[in-house]
Design a protein around this ligand. Structure first.
Ligand code: SF4
Length: 372
């Protein structure tokens, strides 16, 4: 009997882990038991094994920037330290020229493969603003992928244009949008959203807009922001809403669980959340993500931005296969003071090599660009 099998035999989640090793994903009630269990390292042993079976000792990353094009927002999420109300003295919206110059500099310096475009819900921006930006990027920087706009930003544009979200997605795709990030999901349970982001789109709308994106041939990421007012059952519901959509569309390329950082947010001020959930919980969420999405969503990202390089290295042993992006220019998490550090591709490559893994630099669609 191998050491792994022996350890599993003694665990109260052994049936779930054995099923995973036999290719059977956890059911919702199993997922709840995993969340309640303290056997984090055992989960990691199994999820790490499943990940290695699929990817070998190899981790990918992408050279990218985050373009937070505006901080003007009317949605007032309680977990957000980034936004400014319309008319605020220090509010900003990047011009097309500023966007071009940021992308050009990043291409020249870092040979980025993706611009991750996210901003506030700015009621002053018409769809042409986004169309012009996407078209410019695709025409002038054809090797740079456009990964942009959360479902709630798409909903905001639809409201501004008095149009449907599907029509907006279709126009954005025609102008150069290539994939949709998973932001705005937080926890896909409305009783949670009512507390942390009551003015944001509902869980059903997030799922519907993702469904529309997938049906138009726009792949996406899915995310989960945990560690605030949600309970374990809410996390299970979140996972399985994404499982259900993915079984239908196969449109999600990656899943990214990341922990809420409370500093400088209203939720911290109001005493709803005192501190972040930390490293062990991150490893648990990464491991459960791999078990739940095994064979369904191929890529699980480490969450280096809020947890640092050391934790990302561990996450790669616990079920993540993608380090994430260099995220040059990120401003949203930075506003909470929780951004771990500026990372260049050299630092990520070194961090992956340190754990004895091969590095695969990838593009927006997880195709390899370079290996080392
Ligand atoms: S998270 Fe996004 S939608 Fe919510 S307040 Fe911040 S910028 Fe606005």
């Amino acid at each position: 009997m191998s050491q792994t099998t022996e350890q599993i035999q003694k665990s109260d989640i052994k049936d779930i882990l054995e099923n995973s090793l036999n290719g059977k994903r956890p059911e919702p009630e199993d997922c709840l038991r995993l969340l309640e269990s303290d056997d984090v390292h055992l989960m990691g042993l199994v999820s790490g094994h499943l990940t290695k079976k699929q990817f070998g000792k190899k981790a990918s990353f992408i050279n990218n920037i985050i373009l937070n094009y505006t901080d003007v927002c009317i949605t007032d999420c309680k977990f957000c330290a980034f936004y400014r109300p319309p008319g605020a003295e220090d509010a900003y919206t990047l011009t097309l020229d500023q966007i071009e110059s940021r992308v050009k500099t990043s291409w020249d310096l870092f040979k980025i493969r993706q611009v991750l475009i996210q901003g506030g819900h700015n009621p002053n921006l018409k769809i042409e603003y986004y169309e012009d930006a996407f078209r410019m990027i695709r025409e002038k920087f054809p090797q740079v992928g456009v990964h942009g706009l959360s479902t709630s930003e798409i909903d905001m544009i639809a409201k501004v244009e008095k149009s449907s979200t599907k029509e907006i997605l279709s126009r954005l795709k025609d102008s150069g949008l290539q994939s949709v990030p998973g932001a705005g999901a937080e926890i896909l349970v409305d009783s949670v959203k009512d507390v942390i982001s009551p003015k944001k789109i509902s869980s059903a709308d997030w799922i519907r807009i993702m469904d529309e994106a997938h049906s138009l041939g726009l792949p996406a990421s899915a995310t989960m922001m945990y560690g605030h007012v949600e309970n374990k059952k809410d996390i299970v519901d979140h996972f399985f809403k994404i499982v259900k959509l993915q079984e239908k569309t196969k449109g999600f390329m990656a899943f990214i669980p990341w922990n809420f950082e409370p500093i400088n947010t209203l939720m911290h001020e109001e005493g709803l959340v005192e501190y972040g959930t930390g490293g062990v919980q991150l490893l648990k969420m990464i491991a459960i993500s791999r078990l739940v999405f095994d064979g369904l969503i191929p890529h699980i990202q480490s969450s280096w931005l809020t947890n640092g390089v050391g934790m990302a290295q561990l996450a790669l042993q616990y079920g993540a296969n993608d380090f994430g992006g260099t995220l040059i220019g990120e401003e949203v998490v930075s506003c909470t003071g929780a951004r771990s550090t500026e990372l260049t591709d050299k630092k990520i490559i070194a961090a992956i090599h340190q754990i004895g893994y091969q590095v695969e630099e990838r593009d927006n669609f997880y195709n390899p660009v370079n290996t080392s």
